[in-house]
Design a protein around this ligand. Structure first.
Ligand SMILES: Nc1ncnc2c1ncn2[C@@H]1O[C@H](COP(=O)(O)OP(=O)(O)O)[C@@H](O)[C@H]1O
Ligand SMILES: [Mg+2]
Length: 267
């Protein structure tokens, strides 16, 4: 199957990122993402940044979110390519930050309150209800976060970011701490988010090779190079060119399974 698509304007660029604490964590990290357009499709882009535990993924997540400053380099986002500041991109941290003393509805209202495009109270409520249905949260709107499972809380956290209207959403380890069936639903949901709007862009930061690759159109490996300090991008995979993107049956395909195994040895 061939899919026609074009790579258009630059929407994210990480340039010469390094991060030094008492030791060098990240070294010379460079990558970019383009808006991908498929005729007749509402198709956002999904990038995975894959690396083993402790390699520096969460630090890179915070740099891309504008939450910490790198020692050198810049991250620029959006078609305007401005240096990223906190609040410019949606973030779903590993430990979702919900207000425990507020209901799910109130937590979601918080998401909309931060939206760039302001809406009337009635429009807000309708939008929350419509999305809650997509996210399978309708029955939980009156509950408090502690009354929900980990998977449900994660859906609330992702929905909060979608409701802000932000096109960029960064997710740190979205598959960890969830059981296999719940992971399948998260995968489905992320795919749904990526097709809500052509400019929606998801960056998945994860050590879970298979689940990350299964929904991505590109994947970068963050790893250490022999005898060098600090992690850098050691592989850039264009899954579209490899014929491994946008295929719901991808997990059963031999080239995909082989790629997952190859990446295991790169981490
Ligand atoms: N504030 C900090 N000061 C010093 N070292 C830190 C700090 N935060 C994280 N680190 C170190 O940075 C490295 C990468 O951490 P992290 O980005 O959380 O890894 P990952 O998310 O890939 O598991 C670890 O060795 C960690 O101990
Ligand atoms: Mg981490």
């Amino acid at each position: 199957m061939t899919t026609t698509y074009t790579k258009e304007e630059l929407i994210l660029k990480a340039e010469n990122i390094s991060l030094q604490y008492d030791k060098l964590i990240l070294r010379d990290v460079n990558f970019e993402m383009h808006n991908i357009v498929r005729p007749g499709m509402h198709q956002g882009q999904v990038l995975s940044l894959i690396g083993r535990s402790g390699i520096g993924k969460t630090q890179l997540f915070k740099i891309m979110a504008g939450l910490i400053q790198p020692t050198t380099g810049t991250v620029k986002v959006g078609v305007e390519q401005q240096p990223v500041k906190a609040g410019d991109v949606g973030v779903v941290p590993q430990n979702y930050i919900l207000f425990n003393h507020r209901t799910i509805m109130q937590n979601l209202e918080q998401g909309i309150a931060n939206a760039r495009v302001k809406k009337s109270a009635k429009e807000q409520e309708e939008m929350i209800k419509e999305y809650a249905a997509h996210f399978d949260l309708t029955d939980h709107l009156k509950k408090y976060p502690m009354q929900l499972s980990g998977g449900q809380r994660q859906r609330v956290s992702i929905l909060q970011q979608v409701l802000t209207g932000n096109h960029f959403i960064l997710l740190d380890e979205p598959f960890s701490g969830l059981d296999a069936l719940v992971i399948d639903r998260v995968v489905e949901l992320l795919l749904k988010v990526s097709t809500l709007d052509e400019l929606n862009t998801l960056v998945i930061i994860s050590h879970d090779i298979e689940n990350s690759l299964a929904i991505s159109d590109s994947a970068f490996v963050l790893a250490k190079e022999k005898d060098k300090e600090g992690a850098t991008i050691t592989q850039k995979l264009d899954l579209i060119q490899m014929g491994l993107a946008w295929d719901p049956e991808i997990r059963t395909k031999k080239p995909f399974i082989e790629l997952v195994n190859q990446i295991k040895y790169m981490l």
